[in-house]
Ligand binder design. Structure first.
Ligand code: 5GP
Ligand code: ZN
Length: 113
């Protein structure tokens, strides 16, 4: 059984509003925002770490990143934004399904998330 929270959100088992969704990823609001606006961009295929990425996953992640500027209006990114991928315990990764934090809506004047 897959106990991954993000897989459950992907599959609608845990309800969460998807701000954006396409064939390879979806975007939700972080439940505990660390910036004025804090989104999570989550590839649909479950893998834990960058070190587990397949070639296909890397193409998907590239497409996901390329998509971000196109979501400028939807996510309110025109003032700028910060992307973060936490990897492993030292980085404080808590959900082991690779995801990209999108932090925006304020000056990023703090060193830590
Ligand atoms: P990590 O610490 O693994 O880089 O990031 C996991 C993020 O997922 C955290 O910022 C946390 O607040 C968020 N998160 C955990 N569970 C849920 C949930 O059920 N719904 C949403 N929207 N965000 C969640
Ligand atoms: Zn997952």
């Amino acid at each position: 059984m897959n106990d991954c929270i993000f897989c459950k959100i992907r599959d609608g088992v845990i309800p969460s509003e998807k701000v954006y969704e396409d064939e390879s990823m979806f975007i939700i609001r972080d439940i505990e925002p660390k910036a004025e606006r804090h989104f999570l961009m989550i590839p649909k295929r479950h893998f834990k770490l960058l070190s587990e990425m397949t070639e296909k996953d890397s193409v998907t992640l590239g497409k996901c990143l390329k998509k971000i500027p196109k979501l400028n209006d939807l996510l309110g990114l025109s003032g700028g934004y910060r992307l973060v991928i936490n990897q492993g315990d030292d980085a404080g990764q808590t959900v082991f399904h690779l995801h990209v934090h999108i932090l925006t809506g304020q000056k990023m004047d703090f060193p830590h998330l």
